[in-house]
Design a protein around this ligand. Structure first.
Ligand SMILES: [Zn+2]
Length: 76
């Protein structure tokens, strides 16, 4: 199994979440470079999808708070 951690706070996602209430957020953070700027595309999926967690640019966030903080942070 792959180990998934929150891209904001670094907490580890349990392999078998004990309660459905603990819903992680899956999204994509993709940077596209153009000659004079880097454009950042931030998108979030409606719900977690195990088949897509390792896709290119995928980000994993443990809660709404981390999602908000990640969104506010400048691109690395
Ligand atoms: Zn987090």
């Amino acid at each position: 199994m792959v180990k998934i951690t929150c891209d904001n706070c670094g907490i580890e996602r349990p392999e078998r979440p004990s309660t459905a209430a603990v819903e992680w957020i899956l999204g994509y953070d993709i940077e596209m470079e153009s000659p004079n700027a880097v454009q950042r595309s931030l998108r979030f999926l409606d719900r977690w999808d195990d088949r897509r967690v390792m896709e290119f640019g995928a980000i994993h966030l443990c809660c709404e708070q981390c999602k908000a903080e990640y969104r506010a942070a400048p691109a690395a």
